[in-house]
Structures are given as C-alpha cells and as structure tokens.
Design a protein around this ligand. Structure first.
Ligand code: SF4
Length: 142
C-alpha cells in the first residue's frame, strides 16, 4: 500500500457529518482513495468557527451570505486560511474538494439566490488553495 501521497480532502466526502444540515456527502470513490493514499480531512466552514448544523450559505459577489441574510464572509475566509495552513504543514500540493460548495466548490458554485442555479466560480477555500499553487479537483473528477 502506497501511503506516500498526501492530499487534502473535504471531510464530508469521507462521510464526516460536517455539512450544514449535520449530514455528510460520503463518496465511495473518495473513501476508496483513502485506502491507497493519505487524505487529510478538512471542513473549512467548521475550521472557520461555524457551527454544525448551520444555516446554509452561498457566495454572492465577493461576499458569502446565509439564507437568512447574515454575512459570514469572514468565517469562510478564516476557514480557508486554516486549510491553507494545513496544506503547508503537510506539504500537500493537491486537494479533492466537494463540488458546488461555497467553500469547496471548484469551477462551479451556486449563484447566491438559493434557488439551485449553478454558475462558474470557485468556493472561498478552493480559490485560496489555487492561488497558492495547490491543484484542486472535485469528487466529480475521480
Ligand atoms: S465546507 Fe467543504 S468540507 Fe465542509 S461540509 Fe461544506 S463541502 Fe464539506
């Protein structure tokens, strides 16, 4: 077994109950990958200090707002910085993140209207990781 490759991974994809509704996004391909490679589970929203469960949020322009109108941009940005710190500690150059999340989405996010409309864009954490040279893919790329 080769455990030499270390990647960051959205914790919810491994079955950790860190989603806004207290559930997870278990993905069997990601779980299988964890048996071959070392995946560091991260949930940027929890690392940014948000509770679980929490009110669902989406990006709206350069802000992140909840469905009830609270501005949670700072929490999302702090969580992204914590994830980048872990990437640097472990020398990760790749991350597998949950598609369409306002934190983890890569190339696709919801549009901020809470109506299920998907637009081009990166989640706050995915964007920061990419800006720092870390390659980001999603579970849909596996
Ligand atoms: S912030 Fe990322 S890891 Fe946390 S629940 Fe959302 S998609 Fe999963």
């Amino acid at each position: 077994m080769n455990k030499g490759t270390i990647k960051l991974c959205s914790a919810c994809l491994l079955g950790i109950n860190c989603c806004h509704d207290g559930k997870n996004n278990l993905n069997k391909k990601v779980l299988h990958l964890a048996s071959k490679e070392t995946l560091i589970p991260v949930c940027p929203e929890q690392l940014g200090g948000l509770p679980t469960p929490r009110v669902i949020a989406e990006q709206r322009g350069d802000k992140v707002v909840t469905e009830v109108g609270d501005d949670v941009t700072e929490k999302f940005e702090d969580g992204a910085r914590q994830v980048l710190k872990l990437a640097e500690i472990y020398g990760c150059i790749e991350a597998i993140l949950k598609q369409r999340s306002p934190s983890c989405g890569c190339g696709k996010i919801y549009d901020g209207t809470f109506s299920g409309i998907v637009v081009e864009g990166d989640g706050v954490t995915a964007k920061l990781l990419k800006e720092n040279g870390i390659s980001v893919i999603t579970e849909e790329d596996l």
